[in-house]
Design a protein. Structure first.
Length: 130
């Protein structure tokens, strides 16, 4: 199962260190609740399985999300149509933030469309129809 989370993963990328520290503190209690079964991976690895969208409108938040999730897990996204311009501002600001972020041209292409195509297997579907 794949999950897409809003707003570049909300506070998860920014608070990753805090999440890890709190998990270590509460791990014995959490393990007891799981019937003594430990998690099979470090806690942050589960969060890194998510895909985040870009509807935060800042280059810094997109860079932080790319550092945490990897640029291959960031998808172009907006809050459209939930803005004063019926979605146009959200699209414009998401685009501007990606363009301003310190990313390679390839990472930008992936975020704008290639990651989405991979996630939803759109390229393979399009090729199959030809």
């Amino acid at each position: 199962m794949r999950s897409i989370v809003h707003h570049t993963g909300a506070m998860v990328p920014f608070f990753a260190g805090r999440i890890e520290a709190m998990y270590r503190m509460f791990d014995p209690l959490l393990t007891d609740e799981r019937g003594g079964k430990p998690m099979t991976k470090p806690v942050l690895d589960y969060f890194r399985m998510f895909y985040g969208d870009t509807s935060t409108f800042t280059a810094a938040s997109i860079e932080c999300a790319c550092d945490f999730f990897g640029a291959d897990h960031i998808l172009f996204g907006t809050d459209a149509p939930f803005d004063a311009e019926g979605g146009r501002a959200s699209i414009r600001e998401s685009t501007r933030a990606i363009e301003k972020a310190r990313l390679s041209a390839e990472d930008r292409r992936n975020i704008f469309n290639k990651n989405f195509e991979r996630l939803f297997r759109l390229s393979a579907m399009a090729a199959a129809r030809v």
